[in-house]
Design a binder for this molecule. Sequence first.
Ligand SMILES: NC(=O)C1=CN([C@@H]2O[C@H](COP(=O)(O)OP(=O)(O)OC[C@H]3O[C@@H](n4cnc5c(N)ncnc54)[C@H](O)[C@@H]3O)[C@@H](O)[C@H]2O)[C@H](O)CC1
Ligand code: K
Length: 505
Amino acid sequence: MITTDRMAAVDANAAALGIPRKQLMESSGNAVARAVRTVAEPGATVALCCGRGNNGGDAFVAARFLSAYDVGVTLLGRPESIRTDIARENWDALAEAELPTKTVTDSADLSLGDPDVVVDAMLGSGATGRLREPERSAARAINANDATVVSVDVPSGIDADTGDPTGAPDGNSIGGADDLTGAATADSTGASGDAPILVEADGVVTFHDAKPGLDALDATVTVADIGIPRAAERFTGPGDLLGISRDPNSHKGDNGEVLVVGGGPYTGAPSLTARAALRAGADLVSVACPETVAREIQGFSADLIVRDLPGDRLGPNHLDRVRDLAAGTDAVVLGPGLGDSDGTADFVRAFLAAYDGRAVVDADALRVVPEIDTDADLICTPHQGELVAMGGETADDPDERGELVRSFAGELGHTLLVKGAYDVVTDGDDLRLNRTGNPGMTVGGTGDVLAGAVGALAAQTDAFRGAVAGAYVTGTAGDLVADERGYGLVATDVIDRLPEAMRDA
Ligand SMILES: NC(=O)C1=CN([C@@H]2O[C@H](COP(=O)(O)OP(=O)(O)OC[C@H]3O[C@@H](n4cnc5c(N)ncnc54)[C@H](O)[C@@H]3O)[C@@H](O)[C@H]2O)[C@H](O)CC1
Ligand SMILES: [K+]
């Protein structure tokens, strides 16, 4: 089962693996043609009713695979309004191949005739809101026709994630609605009220994986393999950055406020974490650290807000102040440069036990996690040695390690990002491997950079997605550096390349 958002991410990841969307469309169209062959004999008439997006594009391809049939392709809209290059190229190919096409811009001009099969390729996963014209009238005409209806990906007018009509308020399921087929409202005046309309399919050919919204349909649903390799789901990729883009009208603070709690014996680590969080897109980043290192951390960067706390190590006496600072932020990163003094461990224990926000836990703070019961939403970023010290298990084979880490994350009730040549990211349920990065990143400080990037991204999305995206962009930034500097790479270089690594967001 796959949601629309995840499908879009997997699709982008497949493109990054060298399987572009046009190639997937070719497979999708081929699968649609196969579905038609199962419901009609060669020579039968097939009317393909196509929208202006890639759902329509799939049907343009299908028409080429149906040479044994009497096909007619109808585009709802003008050819210039076809939205994507790949759909337009497939449309143009139909004309070049002298296949019968026509365009309908006014729904009054739509006549389906008396075909044996209608292919509904009006709208797929890109549908927003209730069906508009001319799709609305076309759906009504399709439902009124006697032909066998084969829908491409999803019956037009249905939300693939929920099974509800597109644009319906939550909870308006197909089963609960009286008449969504349009039959009762298709009167001579064309009056339709504002009732949602959707195509009543006999068959649906959906791509790559089943969709939750197709479960309750009274139609034969076929899942077609369109050649998306397992790697597109198994590994992180640029698709994992989709949805992190920011609202053009957003204000300062809308795109993540991060608090780094660290420093004491060390100054470099919290500084790297905080600067990485800024480069990964956080709006505001502050560092809460002992006063003895505050000036030095501020000296590394004028972009940071430094909150100094009395003394030279963090301890339980700082709890109230750090809690206040954390309360106003979207994510805390706890651990970089904190050291392992007893008082600091007591502070971490007490802070996490009472915290109920989102936090990345790294370095010396990690060992406290298995001991505490907390409502906080944690992302723990151990390397394999730290994982074992926390009570987890590891294995050489990445998939085997993934399963061990997945069950440990389930026991902890938190997200784990276990660093290695293949990072494992799991919330106990979902699992991804990240293979970006290179051996140059074994240099000191890259773990602090990762924690900062994850903090910034988790502040803008959720714990799991933040961890996945953070692992992917940090490794990608490291690969960009290694291309130029080989194993002379240092952690600050990686920070500088984060924006480029996030280009796809
Ligand atoms: N990996 C894959 O899953 C692949 C899927 N493919 C197919 O592509 C569609 C999704 O294509 P997309 O272009 O994103 O969107 P649509 O074709 O569904 O529609 C967008 C189009 O429709 C207009 N529109 C939106 N809402 C409405 C509405 N309520 N009423 C009328 N018109 C509407 C909007 O303006 C857009 O122009 C997926 O389902 C698969 O079929 C590809 O084959 C590649 C691989
Ligand atoms: K469709």
